[in-house]
Design a protein around this ligand. Structure first.
Ligand SMILES: Cc1cc2nc3c(=O)[nH]c(=O)nc-3n(C[C@H](O)[C@H](O)[C@H](O)COP(=O)(O)OP(=O)(O)OC[C@H]3O[C@@H](n4cnc5c(N)ncnc54)[C@H](O)[C@@H]3O)c2cc1C
Length: 383
């Protein structure tokens, strides 16, 4: 039997974008937050920029977040060997918003989910979007949910006035509408985490012919180490072979000291595998009574470290549009879509020029395909 759940705004995806949108919009509308996963699993991407403090403060979350010392540590900055063998330090010490944070990422997202439920916002997880049908005053979503105690999947119908696609790079709702993504590159990240006793709290970036490496300290004396390269350039079997991964990392200038001898056999280092890390953007980021947020709208290269902030900021922008225009007037819904597309379009253009500038600064590997691809690309094709 199909269960029915009514709401004004259905937000699909309870990552950073979806949770922030739910917390902001619930002050004005009846919201339902949906995710296909019961809880956020281990996730890479831990640097939360200082400006995020403004958004957390505006939602009355900053104080409670700062109290949770287990979820974060200060981010003092990064030493990058990008375009030169000499390290360049970019610190956060003089930033008026403070230092920013290195997060326990899954812990942070699960904490955001707790804030959502603590404020009485309705949630539905695990529940996966299966289908979406348009109606005259909104959408009818079809979801399936299955918990460990249920043998069979349950169907849930969600009638709503507005849908927010916050499903990350899958853009699951927009994809059901037949929309495609502009895809700039085939970049993936192969990432590992390990125990780390070092006191050095600076993150680091090092380039190599096949891409670039990144490492940063995490709370609870852990560290992340990731290789960014193109999917077709990744050495065969590397994503399943911790010893081979460590061997490659140790051959990079600056990374050897991060990997104590024998760590790969100690059980204190885990290779988590490959995730998408490419630059992509939906061809249409809003339409009749729907809008995409965060990575679902556009996903950035991890080099930018701006993905979570973009997810938060786009959620706040959309909240302003929806509260300013309301959900019922048909001409207002057209205006909301126009405004959202313009705002995301401007962010994307800005991002494209930054990305071209940064990759243009590394010219030490002229024969390497990874860098050639980034140096010959024309932004105009992806605008
Ligand atoms: C290697 C790497 C390093 C990064 N480093 C950083 C960093 O240091 N700092 C930073 O700010 N950003 C970083 N990022 C980017 C950052 O992780 C993303 O920008 C951010 O996760 C976007 O959040 P989101 O909520 O839009 O999407 P997501 O985090 O992808 O969340 C989407 C949610 O939607 C749910 N979902 C998906 N499909 C469905 C469906 N069909 N039905 C229901 N639910 C669904 C998922 O379960 C998930 O919970 C990094 C990314 C990568 C790949």
């Amino acid at each position: 039997m199909t269960q029915v759940k009514h709401c004004q705004i259905a937000i699909i995806g309870a990552g950073v974008a979806g949770c922030i949108a739910a917390l902001a919009l619930s002050r004005h509308f009846q919201v339902l937050l949906i995710d296909k996963q019961a809880a956020c699993p281990d996730k890479v991407g831990e640097c939360l920029p200082p400006a995020a403090a403004r958004i957390l403060r505006s939602l009355d979350l900053l104080h409670a977040f700062e109290q949770r010392q287990d979820l974060h540590m200060p981010n003092y900055g990064i030493r990058s060997h990008w375009g030169s063998e000499h390290g360049l330090i970019n610190d956060t010490l003089s930033n008026p918003d403070g230092t920013g944070w290195q997060l326990n990422r899954a812990g942070f997202e699960n904490w955001l989910r707790e804030q959502v439920t603590a404020r009485g916002i309705e949630t539905l997880w695990p529940a996966k979007l299966q289908d979406a049908q348009p109606g005259s005053d909104g959408w009818l979503l079809h979801l399936t949910t299955q918990t460990q105690v249920q043998a069979r999947a349950q169907s849930i119908a969600v009638p709503c006035h507005f849908v927010i696609d916050a499903t990350g790079r899958h853009s699951a709702f927009a994809t059901k509408l037949g929309l495609k993504r502009k895809v700039l590159d085939k970049q993936i990240a192969l990432w590992a985490s390990l125990d780390c006793a070092s006191e050095n709290q600076l993150a680091c970036i090092n380039t190599s012919p096949q891409g670039w490496w990144y490492s940063a300290k995490l709370p609870a004396k852990r560290r992340v180490l990731a290789l960014q390269t193109d999917s077709d350039l990744l050495e065969k079997g590397l994503q399943h072979d911790l010893s081979q991964f460590c061997h490659l990392a140790r051959s990079q200038a600056g990374l050897k000291a991060l990997l104590p001898k024998g760590i790969e056999q100690s059980g204190n280092m885990q290779l988590h595998g490959v995730v998408s890390a490419n630059s992509t953007c939906l061809t249409q980021t809003a339409g009749h009574r729907w809008a995409a947020l965060g990575d679902a709208a556009c996903s950035f290269d991890p080099l930018s470290s701006q993905g979570m902030f973009n997810a938060m900021a786009t959620a706040m922008q959309l909240t302003n549009s929806l509260t300013g225009h309301g959900l019922t007037d048909p001409s207002a819904t057209i205006e909301i879509a126009r405004l959202h597309q313009t705002q995301i379009g401007a962010i994307w253009q800005h991002y494209l020029s930054h990305r071209a500038h940064y990759y243009g600064q590394e010219q030490r590997w002229p024969d390497a395909l990874y860098w050639q691809r980034r140096h010959t690309q024309k932004n105009a094709e992806f605008s």
